[in-house]
Design a protein around this ligand. Structure first.
Ligand SMILES: Nc1ncnc2c1ncn2[C@@H]1O[C@H](COP(=O)(O)OP(=O)(O)OP(=O)(O)O)[C@@H](O)[C@H]1O
Length: 276
């Protein structure tokens, strides 16, 4: 009897790099993902977890390497149309319509999918049964997250891309999340999760993205003269642009760092600035 050859991975990343904001965020990633697999992405803020998920979701293209789905490059137009129908992307933006009821918020996605009858049980399972006919604007943060998870179940696509799915969930909510991930995998589903918080996922693969330190890392010294008093700021950041905006007798200094974080100092008095 010939030796059994393992099935090819459903998804494979070969030497994939990805740029964002003209900087390489992901570099030379290699990973093979088979049916029923969970991949957990971890890493410091700005290390590229969301970028990884966005790239898999097709929002950005690899700058090098290739992503294969069933052996085909997902960036090829014909392949991408099919590939994207496999994906269920749950981001931190919840896309919950406040004016619709909880049920409608889930059913709307299910109907678009051409499916029927899964929404109410999904809402029940996620513990929102008694709120099913309430407007979504009544929901707390954690309840909105549960609604998003109910959508995953109602839409029922094979590849889940989950960005921080446990944020705002209470301990029972996290257990439900762990349960639905396990059940999805039992059916051969794939789950790729970016998370800072511990989530119990049996036999998962993990990928820790390295912290990024770009060549733009700089130490900024600002000396501000404020009413005769010299104030020193020392700020270590990745700077992509610095704006000095004078407003009346005050000064606003905006640091836009490469990871889109922004520190704003507003001074109400006239100042003299030296940057050295
Ligand atoms: N909207 C954006 N436009 C341009 N560049 C961005 C944008 N968002 C993020 N980036 C860049 O991509 C890098 C990776 O960000 P990403 O959101 O993927 O990190 P992350 O690991 O998900 O971070 P966190 O743990 O904070 O969610 C950032 O350091 C930043 O340089």
């Amino acid at each position: 009897m010939p030796p059994l050859t393992p099935p090819p991975p459903r998804l494979a990343l070969h030497a994939v790099s990805c740029m964002r904001n003209a900087q390489t965020v992901l570099r030379d990633i290699n990973v093979s993902i088979h049916d029923g697999t969970a991949l957990v992405l971890t890493g410091a803020n700005g290390s590229g977890k969301t970028t990884f998920l966005r790239m898999l979701a097709g929002f950005s293209r690899p700058s090098a390497g290739e992503i294969l789905w069933n052996g085909h490059d997902v960036t090829s137009p014909g392949v991408f149309q099919q590939y994207k129908l496999q994906l269920n992307w749950m981001s931190l933006r919840d896309a919950v319509k406040d004016k619709l009821t909880v049920l409608d918020n889930v059913q709307w996605f299910e109907l678009l999918e051409g499916k029927h009858g899964r929404s109410a049980p999904a809402v029940e399972l996620m513990g929102l049964g008694r709120l099913i006919n309430d407007k979504a604007r009544m929901l707390s943060m954690g309840q909105r997250k549960r609604l998003q998870l109910a959508r995953l179940l109602a839409v029922d696509r094979p590849i889940w891309l989950l960005d921080e799915p446990s944020v705002a969930l209470d301990s029972e909510g996290v257990k439900l999340l762990e349960y639905i991930i396990a059940e999805h995998r039992k059916k051969g589903g794939i789950v790729i999760v970016a998370t800072h918080l511990p989530i119990q996922i049996e036999d998962s693969m993990s990928l820790r993205l390295p912290q990024r330190f770009s060549h733009e890392m700089r130490r900024i010294h600002l000396k501000l003269q404020l009413g005769g008093e010299l104030i020193k700021f020392e700020h270590l950041t990745r700077i992509s642009s610095v704006n000095h905006v004078y407003k009346g007798s005050g000064l606003e200094i905006d640091f836009y760092s490469a990871n889109a974080q922004r520190d704003l100092y507003v001074l109400e008095h006239s100042v003299a600035v030296s940057n050295n």
